[in-house]
Design a protein around this ligand. Sequence first.
Ligand code: ATP
Ligand code: MG
Ligand code: MG
Ligand code: MG
Length: 564
Amino acid sequence: MRMSALLAPTLREQPAEAESDSHRLMLRAGLIRKVSAGIYTYMPLAFRVIRKISEIVRQEMDRAGAQELQLPIVQPAELWLATGRWQEYGPEMFRLRDRHGREFCLGPTHEEIITALVKAEVRSYRQLPLMLYQIQNKYRDEIRPRFGVIRGREFIMKDLYSFDRDEAGLEISYQKMHEAYVRAFRRCGLQTRAVEADPGAIGGDVTHEFMVLSPIGEAQVVYCRRCDYAANVERAPVAPPPHAAGSEKPVPPAERVATPAVRTIDELTAFLGVAAERVLKTLIYLVDGQPVAVVVRGDHRLNEVKLGRLFGTSRIEAAPPELIERRTGAPAGYVGPVGLEGMEVVADPWAMAVADAVTGANAADAHLIHVVPGRDFRPTRVADVRVAEPGDACPRCGGTLETSAGIEVGQIFKLHTKYSEALGATFLDEDGKEKPVVMGCYGIGITRTMAAVIEQHHDERGIIWPVTVAPYHAIVVAVNSRDAGQAQAAERIYRELAERGVEVLLDDRDERPGVKFNDADLMGFPYRITVGSRLAASGEVEARRRRDGQDVPVGVDGAAALVE
Ligand code: ATP
Ligand code: MG
Ligand code: MG
Ligand code: MG
């Protein structure tokens, strides 16, 4: 490919709308262009990367024994009504009607469709196990599309579904996928961590997310440096509260007491009788305009993430002081307990459990004291209430936990029979009994992975593609394309590389060398072969590796071999 013909318009300026390094670099290097919020055109360079990542993922899925197919994007409402997810999915689902008024959605995921297929086509245990997957656009009307293609509303996902006779079969499929994911991400040059996670709206119980640790990640991960324990904080274990664990004094039973007129965090601390540094604050948030009380410990952002999950939204703001004042009678700027008169708490079971367990914040006039999580309540939505923090003990080895934000690039779930039972996908087992198929589902965000690779591989000059996913392996640059000797040598190296199967670009533009070098660095090709003044002097050209900037002088004849 010749640079003069390539559609990859670079931007010299920093794009104002860019919210992360990968977003900025993808815009600047001419990889993506925005069409609407969270909806992008993938330009030729990005599309080559997407094909590379897809191919790696495809090879790993095939190696695990899976078969690729293509399911429809437009899905009828009936299937989603049958599993209850037509309502459950909420505003994230793009819904549409056909000319007859029938309802459809644009697939945000494909459990319903594929389970219906297996119900129709799989009759006997002889047809199992089965693994089916596709690589296709998904549609989610994300409330806050962000960071370019990292959180898009239209994005490409690989989604695979496994069908087994029993739990033992599911365990094998799950492990196969776990290994396939580790291999696929490693081949893409991505460092990921598999973390235990909360199954959320998909259902099931066992699930792992593959996280790229990154400050722009919207998930929070705790991990242990000593062993391989890692969890999404949604799933992080609770350590017993300090006044319960290892204390000589017996823990008194939980007690409901009338709410005194608490107006400051100090008064709350005194009231709850806990050490100041362990105090649980109660904040008031607005979730889609509704005030909600949340008991928090530590990081506000985490609570916003949690609340967002609970309410299927990310439109969460701290309530304005006037509202807090009006609703609670507390002075402006106040952060303290609620359960004060007039406070409305949205009756979510998780929020209620948290609130009730800790301060009785759901009651207008009472709080609970001496609560021991696990003893006095059992939250319904997450493994526990308490958010793990750096310094907590690792539940596996007792080491020290650390925390980081993470970008979720993939997730694997054990679904068991949730969908097969809802849709009646059964098979006739060897013992002559009709049984529901046992399922798992496994997703990888292809376009998000592309951005995550850039988050992990860039410098101030641009992208540094790992060879495996690079749009082109090498670019050949003649420093002065008007110099016939240089132009000819560049052309020859370019042809030779192409013949050897190297994916190569020739920068044949009549531009200053600085412009060509900057573009090559920005676009991040692993190798740049520079044909310059050295050619006339010594018959040599320069091969430079983008990763470490190392220059190797080589003869024109040796250039191709070096890159190969
Ligand atoms: P998130 O927690 O970031 O919203 P999710 O848990 O809703 O993601 P899954 O349903 O597990 O996503 O989908 C599988 C994969 O698809 C995710 O691990 C992620 O890589 C990708 N993905 C999900 N939502 C988006 C999106 N809005 N834009 C781009 N990729 C996405
Ligand atoms: Mg999501
Ligand atoms: Mg998630
Ligand atoms: Mg997920």
